[in-house]
Design a protein around this ligand. Structure first.
Ligand SMILES: [Zn+2]
Length: 106
């Protein structure tokens, strides 16, 4: 998976198609990501302990990483990502459209 935490991605399939958000969490084994503001689930909870308030929790649920594309700042849209090996041997992600490097953010 080429996605990393804090990447800006665009959703390309499902109910949230067209939405953009920041990657909050990557789950490489499950090939899933959690994207800020995308794929909200509503869960009704009962109060479990004293002082707990039951109610509805809204929370982002993981989506399949193939349903999102990394956003290239230069192209300003979701793009396919390639890999480029730099002179010092480190790998960098590049936009397959314009060739711009897409840095990981921390
Ligand atoms: Zn680009």
């Amino acid at each position: 998976m080429k996605l990393a935490k804090n990447d800006m991605v665009e959703v390309i399939a499902g109910n949230d198609r067209g939405k953009r958000g920041k990657v909050l969490k990557v789950m490489p084994k499950a090939n899933r990501v959690i994207v800020e503001g995308v794929n909200f689930i509503h869960r009704h909870t009962k109060p479990r302990r004293q002082g707990d308030q039951g109610g509805i929790i809204e929370k982002e649920a993981p989506i399949n990483s193939s349903n999102v594309m990394l956003v290239c700042n230069k192209c300003n849209r979701g793009v396919r990502v390639g890999t480029k090996v730099l002179a010092d041997g480190t790998k960098s992600r590049v936009c397959s459209v314009c060739g711009e490097m897409i840095e990981r953010r921390s």
